[in-house]
Design a protein around this ligand. Structure first.
Ligand code: ATP
Ligand code: MG
Length: 192
């Protein structure tokens, strides 16, 4: 049994996808143990996304890869003034924080067997244009990093979900107090 944190991002809320998102987790037999709407502050989002060198450099590398892969009409130097992955990653992280604080989000904790992986499968891969139909991102969004980066903004992909156990632990304690996490039995518990 695992717990994972899900955020319906501002684009998901504005596209009326709160109910659809919750429905897809519930119909899988996953249990919602905490749920609330909130308008995040910049400080909260800054604590939410990792600050370590590896994570920021990884974001930068993804951006560099998308410039190459999609034959961007502009160069990295033109757009960022640098080709350094860490520096580019810092800009993308900044856009992400701006995006995540642009409207209310819905935060929830989801519990279930292998819930971290199961939830990410339901959501689909990061880049909406390549997400499989049948996933939330693949059914309701079409953004891509090359286009987003051209407009100097984050990829709008409806939902965030913890990537692994460490992320889940960090994110759950960041967004909820222990009293807000509920223990109860659902019908699914009787069949497992
Ligand atoms: P999330 O953490 O939101 O669940 P993820 O784990 O699939 O998504 P990460 O690599 O952690 O993806 O990136 C965090 C978020 O940053 C993405 O969901 C997306 O909104 C944004 N993002 C990632 N890469 C880029 C990029 N190259 N350009 C713009 N935004 C990006
Ligand atoms: Mg992530």
């Amino acid at each position: 049994m695992e717990r994972t944190l899900v955020l319906i991002k501002p684009d998901g809320v504005k596209k009326h996808l709160i109910g659809e998102t919750i429905k897809r987790f519930e119909m899988r037999g996953l249990k919602i143990v905490a749920l609330q709407m909130t308008w995040p502050t910049k400080e909260q989002m800054d604590s939410h996304y990792p600050k370590d060198n590896d994570w920021i450099t990884g974001l930068g590398k993804n951006t560099i890869r998308s410039y190459e892969e999609f034959e961007s009409p502009t160069t990295l130097i033109e757009d960022y003034g640098t080709e350094d992955a860490y520096e580019i990653g810092k800009s993308v992280r900044e856009w992400l924080i701006n995006f995540m604080t642009s409207g209310p989000i819905v935060k929830m904790v989801i519990e279930g067997l292998h819930s971290i992986k199961a939830v990410r499968k339901i959501i689909g891969q990061t880049i909406p244009a390549f997400a499989e139909p049948g996933t939330i991102r693949g059914d309701f969004s079409i953004d891509s990093p090359d286009y987003a980066n051209l407009k100097k903004r984050a990829v709008q992909n409806l939902i965030h979900a913890s990537g692994n156990k460490q992320e889940a632990e960090h994110e759950i304690q960041l967004w909820f107090s222990p009293e807000e996490l509920h223990s109860y039995k659902t019908i699914q518990d009787f069949f497992l």
